[in-house]
Write a protein that binds this ligand. Structure first.
Ligand code: MG
Length: 411
């Protein structure tokens, strides 16, 4: 393993983010097993489990009902996604105090490129630790951190540091550190890949290195190439050079799993409008416009259909996004004889928002006032008549809009 690159990538990850924010909002939860994502008899999955809840075997992605069986004493919360978003924004604002070279990995996770600071801070590990501790203090949430030569290794270092610690993976230790990890510790090794590798007797990353590039390619295609390099500590995405400019998020989506499968067209369209509204508002918040709008529909039998359409002009407007989502949805709804379990709306092909065009002026003005009122009084302060139909299904929380089952932000 070459060590030409220096230690220069710091990975920071907030511990049990959603659960930690809930504890901060309600200190009586401290020390208790907390599960965010919904109530144990509801559908959908666990978004975050506190470390106390993880002791019972509860983890994110697990069906809520299963979590309820494993941990009947856990405190189950639907969550406050708007509040998490605010904490996330603060997290990133704090990071920008140290460097502009930041790659967001999710709401609570980021890579910092520190190579430009090596002259200023010859002892980079101490400086990186200081960043971690100061951000932790100013945010009020526990953070884990890892410092290494590239993003892949920095993320693995953070995994080792969890929860709350800081781990420096020095180039001379990489080979052993990585070799001893179970293969599933490598990011991107899913259930299927793992099964195939286990059948070949490959359990540790060290074993994986015994397979040639050709063998891995024939087993897994391009993913095999990734495995070949990752098992050697090489990040095919490159090292610190990616930090030259911050990559904008690739897509932004809003989706929801219903409490009960839905068939009623009015209610489905109301959801679609609400999701489009949340997406449009998310785009505006990030100063982005979407050049492509996507729709995701999951039926009661779990078959999932996605459709998307490119726009002649990128948009961040609720009405336009809804119109397209509706056009994509109607033929699917018309043909299906199953009820619907999940709806999602995605904006992709994202670009930095342009200056408002002249003829857009008035609409912009209205949208800006909507955004302003929502920032002040919460998302639920302004909803369209169509969205108000949802009040039959959910309680309207003034600060956070409808408390929907899941909200996801895909970077
Ligand atoms: Mg985290």
């Amino acid at each position: 393993m070459g060590s030409r690159q220096e230690l220069s990538v710091l990975h920071l990850d907030i511990d049990a983010f959603f659960a930690a924010v809930e504890v901060l909002m309600d200190p009586s939860l401290r020390g208790k097993p907390v599960v965010v994502g919904g109530l144990p008899w509801e559908r959908g999955v666990v978004s975050t489990a506190s470390y106390e809840a993880r002791k019972y075997g509860v983890h994110s992605g697990m069906p809520l009902r299963r979590a309820g069986e494993l941990c009947p004493n856990c405190v189950f919360l639907r969550g406050h996604f708007q509040v998490y978003r605010e904490f996330s924004e603060k997290f990133f604002r704090l990071l920008y105090r140290y460097t502009p070279h930041i790659l967001p990995a999710s709401l609570d996770e980021a890579y910092l490129g520190l190579s430009s600071l090596t002259l200023l801070y010859p002892d980079l590990p101490s400086y990186a630790r200081r960043i971690k501790e100061e951000v932790e203090r100013d945010l009020g949430l526990s953070i884990s951190g890892g410092l290494a030569r590239n993003r892949l290794l920095a993320k693995l270092a953070t995994e080792r540091a969890k929860p709350g610690e800081f781990f420096v993976l020095r180039p001379e230790d990489e080979e052993n550190f990585l070799g001893e990890l179970p293969i599933e510790a490598l990011p991107g090794i899913g259930h299927k890949t793992r099964e195939v590798l286990l059948r070949l007797g490959i359990k540790k990353v060290r074993d994986l290195r015994g397979l040639s590039l050709k063998a891995l390619r024939s087993l897994f295609g391009l993913h095999g190439e990734y495995l070949y390099y990752a098992s050697r500590g090489k990040d095919v995405r490159g090292g610190a050079c990616d930090f030259q400019s911050q990559a904008p998020p690739r897509s932004l989506s809003r989706e929801t799993t219903f409490l009960e499968d839905l068939w009623d067209l009015d209610l489905l369209l109301a959801h679609l409008s609400y999701l489009s509204d949340r997406l449009a508002s998310g785009l505006r918040e990030e100063g982005l416009k979407a050049g492509r709008i996507g729709l995701k529909v999951r039926f009661s039998d779990f078959t999932t259909i996605t459709r998307s359409r490119s726009l002649s002009r990128p948009t961040d407007e609720h009405s336009l996004i809804y119109e397209i989502a509706r056009e994509l949805f109607m033929p699917i709804y018309g043909k299906a004889d199953l009820s619907i379990r999940l709806l999602g709306v995605t904006g992709s092909d994202l670009r930095q928002g342009y200056e408002p065009e002249l003829f857009e002026g008035r609409k912009r003005g209205i949208q800006a006032s909507v955004d302003l009122i929502r920032r002040k009084f919460g998302f639920g302060a302004i909803l369209t008549a169509r969205e108000l139909k949802l009040s039959s299904l959910y309680s309207l929380d003034k600060a956070h809009g409808y408390v929907l089952k899941t909200a996801s932000l895909t970077r």
